[in-house]
Design a protein around this ligand. Structure first.
Ligand code: NAP
Length: 293
């Protein structure tokens, strides 16, 4: 019997997941098909319910449903629950279990592709949405020295800082966590002293009204830092271009995308993901949708 996995989100025209996940499934010659399940909000609940059918192995969940999906499934693993978002659902004999592989993907790419060890480092995170939550919990668990969360909407940054602080106190983690406003005068100082800047905003995304925008101006980017951009299309966003010109290290979002997908692949199939094949397929898919790999 053929089996199915899909990506649930809206819109989904430019998702790269079908290409690199199918390449991995084909590598193992599995009779499993990875499909695009573009879903309007009114249909989300029934789409997720369909995952219980035996031919469905599960799904990826992407923008804008990572938080909503958490409330439509039967069980949520600890990390996803902490982050407050699921990006992977696995069908375990009709029971839907939610996971978050973004945190793993972020760290794996940081180490493998960015050659960066986060312990005892000062970090500035731009944004406080779903991706920022996964990234900040991942970094907190790696014992960074400080996490500065900077967001356009202050309440969202403050809510995230409260949650991170509560967790840090509970686990006796000594990381200093603070929220800063976009226009805060302390921002320049925080950036000057940091070793890692992570863009978790949507600024710079291709096919959006924000594609020419950068969350930072060039003069704020310290030469010695690594600038990690979660946006993967285009491969060089305005922020990464400025960072490169400023002499900072740069890391794009594609390796994270592949690593989070690799972790999802293992959850559905129980098999090790063929990373090289997934990377190649993701780069080819990016070229197809107009980005540069
Ligand atoms: P989200 O929950 O919608 O959060 C969006 C963030 O961007 C919020 O912090 C928002 O600030 C900020 N933002 C939006 N427009 C802005 C503007 N004009 N000026 C300043 N800030 C602005 O989205 P998400 O799920 O966190 O995703 C964020 C990005 O990460 C997306 O580009 C996504 O594709 C990428 N991502 C990549 C990977 C990967 O594997 N590479 C994985 C996950 C996500 P407010 O709170 O003020 O609205």
């Amino acid at each position: 019997m053929a089996q199915y996995i899909g990506v649930i989100g809206y819109p989904l025209k430019h998702s790269l997941s079908p290409d690199f996940q199918q390449a991995a499934l084909d590598y193992y010659q599995l009779d499993i098909h990875y499909e695009v399940w573009e879903t309007k909000v009114k249909d989300l609940s029934s789409r997720i319910n369909q995952l219980r059918q035996p031919q469905n192995l599960g799904a990826n969940v992407t923008v804008p449903y990572k938080e909503t999906a958490l409330h439509l499934i039967d069980e949520v693993d600890n990390l996803a629950s902490l982050i407050g978002a699921v990006n992977t659902i696995a069908n375990r004999d009709g029971k839907l279990v939610g996971f978050n592989t973004d945190a793993h993907g972020f760290l794996q790419a940081l180490r493998d592709d960015g050659k960066f060890e986060p312990e005892n480092k000062c970090v500035v995170i731009l944004g406080a949405g779903g991706a920022a939550r996964a990234v900040s919990f991942a970094l907190l668990q790696e014992n960074v020295t400080s996490l500065v969360i900077m967001n356009r909407t202050p309440a969202r940054a403050e809510a995230l800082v409260d949650r991170l602080t509560e967790y840090a106190v509970d686990k006796r983690i000594r990381t200093e966590v603070i929220a800063l406003l976009w226009q805060d005068s302390r921002l320049r100082e925080a950036l000057e002293h940091c070793q890692l800047i992570v863009n978790c905003t949507t600024l710079g995304m291709e096919y959006s009204s924000q594609q020419e925008q950068s969350p930072l101006t060039a003069d704020l980017i310290p030469k010695g830092a690594l600038v990690y951009e979660l946006v993967y299309n285009p491969s060089e966003t305005p922020l990464l271009r400025m960072a490169r010109e400023a002499g900072a290290g740069i890391l794009g979002g594609l390796p994270m995308l592949v690593h989070q997908g690799a972790a999802s692949f293992k959850l559905w199939t129980g098999k090790e993901a063929p990373l090289d094949i997934m990377f190649l397929a993701a780069k080819q898919a990016l070229l197809k949708v107009g980005g540069e790999a």
